[in-house]
Design a protein. Sequence first.
Length: 343
Amino acid sequence: MSEETGLDSWFLHEKLVLSLLSEADALELGRRMPGPGHPFAKMQRVSLFERTLGTYLANNDIASLGVAFLQGGVQQGQLVWIEQAISFSGAGPAWETVRNGGSARASFSTRLSTDKDVRVNGTYNAEWLTCSTAPGKLSGTSPQFMVGYVESVSLNEIEIRPIVIAQRWIRPTPEIGNWNPVDPAHVWPAAVDQFSAVDFKQRMTKKDLDLLKVVPEEQVKRAFAQILGEPDVPKDWAGEQFDLWSPSRLTVEGQPLRAAFLFKGPAKFHPMTIADLGKNGDQIDRLAQTAADLMVVQHCHSITAPVVNMLKNYANNPRNPKRYMCINGYDTIMILRHFGAIT
């Protein structure tokens, strides 16, 4: 089995990991466990559980909490993952209590990156902290990857019982490239070889966006196809997976990427929100269902953070990692002006 997702865990509930595995996989994990006399027994034990869980995530379709909530699909008992900034409290005192033979819990909370009205919170048993570094890592606010079960869900609050809290990395592949600790899936427009001569540092103002009020979406789509050298430009139709498909002509650092584009023109001349992307953002969902290595969302105006976070949720799926790129109105103007598509 391929193991695309690696984990450096701070909290790892071994019993809950075992509950995910088949009997055969659980027995195999037990066979590989070091004996108590092994000089690195605890370290190796944690590493084996991390790799086993990484393999499980790479081979099973686990829901992103942000995507599941947007689509109205979050249910009690559901296994989900979340990766964003999370606030942690109480890990240090709880760790000390456990070291002294007691039992204690710590807590976490955050607001869903794709919907700030929704709070996500929960507690965890400090007994399953993996090392002495863990209390410091789970202190204050920091970006973390969490897999867990939904304990309860209401209109504005979701409680999670975590299985693992970790830093996640994705093994480099030709499509994903080298690991990036900030956002391994994100691609800036300036990183695209075909846009390399564009001056993305030029100063722009909000007034510049008015230029795109009168540029039809179809014109922008055809201009991008010409810039990429893509001869096939599909006609728009309801339920389409993408507006433009480039199977090999778009390259990043010389590496061809299969790219699926979604274009939004002046009919939506305002900052793009998830509501502009179909019911429950299903246009992003359709992009993610393609064979694309790179999902591209272009808009004639700015693109709001929830849209970017939703793309990130889809791109960072442990089972099917992709890359994503946002081309907002300012980037669009700079690209089209450089290639003479607009003046």
